[in-house]
Ligand binder design. Structure first.
Ligand code: HEC
Ligand code: HEC
Length: 279
C-alpha cells in the first residue's frame, strides 16, 4: 500500500499509467483483430466465391458460365470472353454501369451502376482469378488532388496528342463511324479514366504503361479534372473565383461592346452627315 501510494504521488505516475493503458489497449486490439495477411487471404477467396455467384446470375447469360464468352442463344446478346481482361476492365465496365448490358445497340451506354462497390470488387476478383490481366490501379496512381500546374500543362499536351481525335479538345466527346461515339469525359472519375486507358473499351485503343507511363496517365487525369472543374466554376470551391471573374469579364466586355457600338454609330452618323452633299 505504502509503495503504491508513493508511486501514485510520484510526478511521472500519470505518464506511467497512461503508457500502461495504451499498452493494454494495443495488445487487446492485436488480440481481437486477426493477422492482416491471413484475413486478406480468406477474404480474397471469399470475394472470389461471391463474385462467381454474382457472375452466374447477372453476367453468364451473355459471357458464358465460366466467362469463356458466348451466350445461351435465343435473343441473348453474346458477350466476349472475359478470360484475361483483368479486374480493371470489370471495375470500369460495371462501375460505369455499361455492364450488365441491357439492350443491343451500336454501343452500350454508360448508366447508373447496378452493383455496389463491394459486389463490383467481388466480380473483379473473380475475373482476375481466371487469368492475369490489368489490375485495378491503386488510389495513389490517380490521385491528382495535389497536381501542380506543370503536371496539368503536361497532361494537356498528352491529351491533345492521344485523346482529342475522338474525345474533342475540351473532352466533350464526339461521333465515330457506324453510330458509335466517344463519350464526354466531363463526368468520368479519375479511377475510371485510368482504367479506360488501361483497358481500351470498344473503339478506344489500349494505352499500356509502355505507351503512356503511369505518370503520363496521372497528368492526363489531372488535366481532365481541371477541365471538369473549369466547366462548373460555381460549386462550393472556396478557392475558385470563377464566377466573380467571369461576371466581371462579362460586364467589362459587355460595356466595352456597348461603348464601341455607340462610338461606331456616332462616327457613322458624322460621316453620313459630312459626306452627304447638302440638297
Ligand atoms: C446482355 C448481355 C450482357 C450481359 C448481361 C453482360 N455483358 Fe458484359 N459485355 C457484353 C457485350 C456485348 C460486350 C462487348 C461490349 C462492347 O464491345 O462494347 C461486353 C463487354 C464486357 C467487358 C469488356 C471486355 C473487354 O474486353 O474489355 C466486361 C469486363 C464485361 N462485359 C463484364 C460483364 C460483367 C461483369 C457482367 C455482369 C455484371 C456483364 N458483363 C454482363 C454483353 C453482356
Ligand atoms: C479512337 C478513338 C479514341 C481515342 C483515341 C481515345 N478514346 Fe477514350 N473512348 C473511346 C470510345 C469509343 C469510348 C467508349 C467505349 C464504350 O462505350 O465502351 C471511350 C471511352 C473513354 C472513357 C470512359 C468515359 C466514361 O466515363 O464513360 C474515358 C475516361 C476515356 N475514353 C478516356 C480517354 C483518354 C484519356 C484518351 C487518351 C489517352 C482516350 N480516351 C483516347 C474512343 C477513344
Amino acid at each position: 500500500m505504502a509503495r503504491i501510494r508513493s508511486v501514485r504521488r510520484h510526478r511521472s505516475a500519470g505518464l506511467v499509467v497512461l503508457l500502461f493503458g495504451l499498452l493494454a489497449v494495443g495488445s487487446a486490439y492485436a488480440a481481437v483483430v486477426p493477422d492482416p495477411a491471413v484475413a486478406d487471404n480468406s477474404s480474397q477467396s471469399q470475394s472470389i466465391e461471391e463474385g462467381k455467384k454474382l457472375f452466374a446470375v447477372g453476367c453468364s447469360s451473355c459471357h458464358g458460365l465460366n466467362a469463356e464468352g458466348g451466350g445461351n442463344g435465343e435473343g441473348e446478346m453474346a458477350g466476349p470472353s472475359l478470360i484475361g481482361v483483368g479486374a480493371a476492365a470489370v471495375d470500369f465496365q460495371v462501375g460505369t454501369g455499361r455492364m450488365p448490358a441491357t439492350q443491343p445497340g451500336a454501343q452500350i451506354p454508360r448508366k447508373a451502376p447496378a452493383y455496389t462497390q463491394e459486389e463490383i470488387e467481388a466480380l473483379s476478383a473473380y475475373i482476375a482469378s481466371l487469368a492475369p490481366g490489368p489490375a485495378v490501379p491503386p488510389e495513389e496512381a490517380y490521385d491528382v488532388s495535389n497536381a501542380t500546374d506543370e503536371q496539368i500543362t503536361r497532361g494537356g499536351e498528352l491529351f491533345r496528342t492521344n485523346c482529342t481525335a475522338c474525345h474533342n479538345f475540351a473532352g466533350r466527346g464526339g461521333a465515330l463511324p457506324n453510330g458509335r461515339y466517344a463519350p464526354s469525359l466531363m463526368d468520368s472519375t479519375p479511377k475510371h479514366i485510368y482504367q479506360a486507358m488501361l483497358t481500351g473499351p470498344q473503339q478506344m485503343p489500349v494505352f499500356s504503361d509502355q505507351v503512356l507511363q503511369p505518370e503520363d496517365k496521372r497528368d492526363i487525369i489531372a488535366y481532365i479534372v481541371a477541365l471538369q472543374n473549369e466547366r462548373d466554376p460555381g460549386g462550393f470551391g472556396l478557392g475558385r473565383l470563377g464566377p466573380v471573374s467571369e461576371g466581371l469579364w462579362g460586364w467589362l466586355v459587355g460595356i466595352g461592346a456597348l461603348v464601341v457600338v455607340a462610338v461606331w454609330i456616332g462616327a457613322k452618323g458624322m460621316k453620313a452627315k459630312g459626306s452627304k452633299p447638302p440638297a
